[in-house]
Design a binder for this molecule. Structure first.
Ligand SMILES: Nc1ncnc2c1ncn2[C@@H]1O[C@H](COP(=O)(O)OP(=O)(O)OP(=O)(O)O)[C@@H](O)[C@H]1O
Length: 232
């Protein structure tokens, strides 16, 4: 069976235009393949490029080299060369991303932020809000907060809003950047269950998990991200 997501020779470097054009190679020759129902943990020292790889996979950073082949609508699509319209469609249907920090949309209530990706797929508003509230409850976010914009929420509360939004629809490929970093033990356990359920439903998951307990609980294998100076 073909991988849900695979990279071929993926490379990424940054050029610091304000620092005399300093060139920083971060990723080179990355060949990663993740299949349905498995969770791969990115592994490597601080600064190796794990978050950069995640952002390339989601299309937030353009790839400098190589291909990012995503199984989308039954065919392989190269995200490295996909046009913006395709990227929007891919993010709606196939590829989810729970980043470390919630990007707060001013004045939008928490339950609407969580329900939005469901409605984008055509779910009726009432049903989407029910699912949003249920997930927020499961993540122990107090009911009184569901109707408020999350701008003033604590770090852990915002992370749970982000998680509820990321797990609300089923994504065949899900990227998780430190999904439990700001959470207490009880909520960490809920997130582990959500990850296990997504895997059981067939999601291919790529994660950065600094917490060893979390990593050992959900990751099927590690993928080494090597600092470029070491890899050269
Ligand atoms: N937008 C950017 N512009 C310039 N350099 C960047 C940019 N983003 C990341 N880098 C550099 O790329 C390297 C890899 O950073 P990245 O955040 O991907 O590492 P990481 O493996 O996720 O680290 P950590 O485990 O500490 O979070 C670092 O040297 C960082 O300074």
């Amino acid at each position: 069976m073909s991988a849900a997501l695979r990279t071929e020779g993926l490379g990424k470097a940054f050029t610091l235009h304000l620092q005399g054009g300093t060139h920083i190679p971060v990723l080179g020759g990355v060949d990663l393949a993740v299949h349905a129902g498995e969770c791969v943990a990115l592994w490597g020292p601080s600064g190796a490029g794990k978050s950069t790889l995640m952002r390339c996979l989601y299309g937030n950073y353009g790839a400098g080299a190589g291909r990012i082949m995503l199984r989308h609508r039954g065919a392989d699509l190269d995200l490295a060369t996909a046009d913006p319209r395709q990227v929007i469609e891919v993010r709606r249907e196939t590829l989810g991303y729970v980043s470390q920090f919630l990007r707060v949309i001013p004045r939008v209530a928490t339950r609407d932020i969580v329900a939005e990706p469901l409605m984008a797929r055509g779910m009726a508003r009432d049903e989407a809000l029910d699912r949003a509230n249920a997930l927020l409850r499961r993540l122990n976010l107090p009911e009184r907060l569901h109707g408020l914009p999350p701008a003033t929420f604590s770090g852990g509360e915002q992370q749970r809003v982000n998680l509820a939004r990321g797990f609300a629809p089923f994504y065949p490929v899900l990227l998780l950047d430190e999904p439990t970093a700001s959470l207490d033990a009880a909520n960490r356990a809920v997130v582990l269950d959500l990850i296990r359920e997504a895997k059981a439903a067939g999601a291919a998951i790529i994660g950065i998990f600094h917490d060893a307990e979390v990593r050992e609980a959900v990751a099927d294998r590690l993928f080494d991200v090597l600092p470029q100076q070491d890899a050269a």
